[in-house]
Each structure stands twice: as structure tokens, then as C-alpha cells.
Design a protein around this ligand. Structure first.
Ligand code: ATP
Ligand code: MG
Length: 410
């Protein structure tokens, strides 16, 4: 039996306490630590206040093998973490030449004047190990006290994540014997959490000891994760295969990827392209596709035709169709898809129109989706019942789900 390695995450900043900045750092850090088998025992947010930071450090170091701190390393006067850590660990500040050169180059590259406070970022406590920050000027720092390691990171999420992935995780793995944790995630769309949980009732009952199942729902999507702690690879593999088989056509990927990424993979594999005609989703679907690296291989483009005139002028929808059927109708959505495929010369087109809010007191919000390959057209209507912004995401995911099935079948 491997002993538990416990960690505490301390995030620093007055802005966190008043909710002005949402503390995404500690959630992300907790996920990373959990994934490598570290037990996150505490997460605490404290203000830019020396006594509170000192107390949090005392408490965290006394009860944990690992303490991770983020924030307060910057050049501004409210950033007190570095001098505080220096005092706490009985060190004095010395300039790190490598960091100083990096800070100078950082400002030169951006053509910005360099101030003394900027160069001061290269001053680090003389008993810490510098953790390289390629995206910023405040380096990460590693300290040790009574067998506990303390890693201090900048608050800027991109910098914090990069330092943690490029050096923090490796340091933790090298210092501690961690339990073997395996996560396997299957991604599904089309059915909600409670429906899927019902489907998997018997599967859950027969899971061997040491295997846990978690449901991770998002709008129109559901990921299911199996976690094995100190369990043989083949045991989790057998169960994971069983799980995927039970979920059948709901599965869009047997890895932790987004729906649009799964569609991209299919399109690339089939050597096909897609075009989008969006109304209510306002470019959200195009945004999702263009977040994928290499999108130009499969994504021809999108038209956001929100107003009726835009649908008529840009997508050649017949004004008469809008008059007769209204803009949120099967007919108009169909026409948008069929005309998008022509305009963009793509192999497939997806179109969506809808109401993100109740169009009147007695009618629920709804959307129409159409997909085509130029010959066949398929349509579907969905009722959607969240608020405007959530409905937009839900509508986008419902459209992507419909598109995925169509592409596989046609
Ligand atoms: P910098 O050198 O940029 O000043 P820093 O280490 O001093 O970095 P802070 O000044 O505390 O960090 O925060 C920098 C930025 O990072 C701010 O925009 C802040 O809102 C954001 N940030 C800080 N802590 C967190 C956190 N826990 N979660 C998410 N964002 C955070
Ligand atoms: Mg700062």
C-alpha cells in the first residue's frame, strides 16, 4: 500500500476573495495533482495580507507533503508574496542572472521600456530553485521545509500552468512515490446524465474494487470517467471497453475530447469539408471549429445570418419562405444548409436557426437544425430551456451532435 501524498493549494489575492477574479488556478492545479495520484487535502484563498499568508503557510506545511501557492509575485506593490517567502524561509534576495537576461529580452522584444521594478522580478530568495517562466517575468520558486516542498507560482493562469506542466509536475513525481492512478474517459452526446446513469446501473454494480465511475456533464454532452487507483492496466481496460460498448452510438470519442474535435477527425479521415450557416448561435459553432489546430483542412467557412435580410441577401433564402414559414422553421433552416453548401463548395453543411429565449409567454424556446451533403437533407427540432447564453451552447452542441451522426451515416 502506497502512503497518501497530501497537498494544499494556497491562492493569493484580494481579488479572489471578493470574487472579482474567479480562482480557476486552484481548480486546475487540483485536477493536475489528482491526475498524478496526489491527494488534494485543502484549498484555501487568502488576501494580499502578510499575516494571513504566513498562517496559511504554517498550517499547510504542517499537514502536507506538497504546498502550491499562486499569485502575488508581480512587480506591483500589492504583490507581497516574494518578500514574504524570502523572510519565511530565512533567505535573502539575490539577482538570478539568467532570469534578469530573460526579463531584459522580454521587454526588448516587445519594445517596451524596462523599469527597475521589472528587473527586480529577477531577484529571488537565495535558497530557492528557480522554475523557469517562459511566458512571463516572475519566475516560479521551489522551497523545501521539513520534508514538505513548496512551489510558488505566478497568478497569471497561462504562466502558472506552463511552469507547472514543464517543471512542477516532474519535481513532484521525482520527490514522492505516488499511487498509480489511471483515468479513462469516454465522451458521449445526445443523452442526459440521469438517462445514462440508468443505462449503466448494472455496469456500475459489477465494477471491481478500486475502480470508480464519475459523470461529468456539460450542455448536450456527458463525459464518463473511470478511475483506477493501484489497479492493473488490463482490469481497467476490460471495464472501459465494456463501458464503451454499453454506451453504443452515444459515444463520440473514447478519449477526453470535444465534440467538434471528434467531428474534425471524421472529416479529415474522410477527406471532406464543412460549411456552417448560423443564426441564433451567432458564430459559436464556427468558433468551436476554428479553435481546432489545422481547421483549414476541413472547415470552409461560416455565415452568421442573423437578420432576415442577411438570410435573404447572403444565403439566397427566399423572402416568401420566411413570410410563409417564419425564419425559425424547418423550411428556412433547410434552405440555409442547401445554399451554404453551394456558396462554400463544401461536402457538408450545417444550418441552425432558433429562439434562445421564449418567443412568447406560451411558447418554449426552440431551434431547428438542418444538415446536408448536397443530396440528402436531414432536419430536427429541439426545445431548449436554459437561459440565453446557456441555450446558445446547448444549441451548438445539439447541432454538432446531429451533424456527427449525419456525417457518419452519409
Ligand atoms: P504578475 O507578475 O502578472 O503580477 P502575479 O504572480 O503577481 O503575476 P497576481 O498579480 O496575483 O499574480 O495576478 C496576476 C493575474 O492573474 C491577475 O489578472 C489575476 O486576476 C490572475 N489571477 C491571480 N490569481 C488567480 C487565480 N487563483 N485564478 C485565476 N486567475 C488568477
Ligand atoms: Mg501581480
Amino acid at each position: 500500500m502506497v502512503t497518501k501524498i497530501a497537498a494544499s493549494i494556497i491562492t493569493i489575492g484580494d481579488e479572489l476573495l471578493i470574487g472579482q477574479t474567479i480562482d480557476t488556478n486552484s481548480a486546475w492545479l487540483a485536477q493536475q495533482l489528482n491526475a498524478i495520484g496526489v491527494w488534494v487535502q485543502h484549498r484555501i484563498a487568502v488576501g494580499d495580507n502578510a499575516k494571513d499568508i504566513n498562517d496559511a503557510l504554517d498550517n499547510a506545511i504542517a499537514h502536507n507533503n506538497i504546498v502550491i501557492i499562486t499569485g502575488g509575485l508581480g512587480p506591483t506593490s500589492d504583490d507581497i508574496t516574494k518578500p514574504l517567502l524570502c523572510k519565511y524561509f530565512g533567505a535573502s534576495l539575490i539577482q538570478n542572472e539568467k532570469v534578469a537576461a530573460h526579463v531584459r529580452a522580454f521587454f526588448e522584444k516587445r519594445n517596451r521600456p524596462i523599469l527597475d521594478v521589472n528587473i527586480a522580478q529577477a531577484n529571488v530568495p537565495d535558497n530557492c530553485t528557480v522554475l523557469w517562466n517562459q511566458y512571463g517575468t516572475a519566475p516560479g520558486m521551489l522551497f523545501t521545509k521539513n520534508d514538505t516542498i513548496i512551489i510558488s507560482l505566478p497568478g497569471v493562469p497561462l504562466e502558472m500552468m506552463d511552469i507547472m506542466t514543464t517543471s512542477g509536475i516532474a519535481i513532484i513525481k521525482s520527490k514522492f512515490i505516488l499511487p498509480k492512478v489511471i483515468h479513462r474517459t469516454v465522451a458521449t452526446s445526445g443523452k442526459g446524465e440521469s438517462f445514462v446513469a440508468m443505462m449503466l446501473r448494472d455496469f456500475e454494480k459489477q465494477l471491481p474494487q478500486g475502480l470508480q465511475i464519475a459523470y461529468l456533464p456539460a450542455l448536450g454532452q456527458l463525459k464518463i470517467r473511470l478511475t483506477g487507483i493501484e489497479i492493473a492496466d488490463d482490469i481497467i481496460e476490460i471495464q472501459f471497453e465494456k463501458l464503451c460498448k454499453q454506451l453504443g452510438h452515444l459515444v463520440y470519442a473514447s478519449t477526453d475530447i470535444k465534440l467538434e474535435e471528434a467531428i474534425a477527425q471524421i472529416l479529415i479521415q474522410k477527406n471532406k469539408t464543412i460549411a456552417i450557416a448560423e443564426s441564433c448561435t451567432g458564430g459559436n459553432i464556427a468558433n468551436a471549429f476554428t479553435n481546432i489546430s489545422g481547421a483549414s483542412i476541413f472547415f470552409n467557412g461560416a455565415l452568421v445570418t442573423y437578420a432576415n435580410d442577411a438570410k435573404i441577401n447572403l444565403l439566397d433564402v427566399q423572402a416568401a419562405d420566411i413570410d410563409v414559414y417564419t425564419s425559425v422553421s424547418e423550411e428556412v433552416t433547410k434552405a440555409m444548409a442547401l445554399n451554404a453548401i453551394l456558396k462554400f463548395k463544401s461536402n457538408y453543411a450545417l444550418a441552425i436557426t432558433g429562439y434562445l429565449e421564449k418567443p412568447d409567454a406560451n411558447t418554449d424556446a426552440y431551434i431547428w437544425i438542418a444538415v446536408t451533403n448536397g443530396r440528402d437533407v436531414k432536419t430536427i427540432k429541439h426545445l431548449i430551456a436554459y437561459n440565453r447564453v446557456k441555450n446558445k451552447d446547448l444549441a451548438s452542441n445539439l447541432a454538432l451532435d446531429f451533424l456527427r451522426h449525419f456525417i457518419i451515416e452519409n
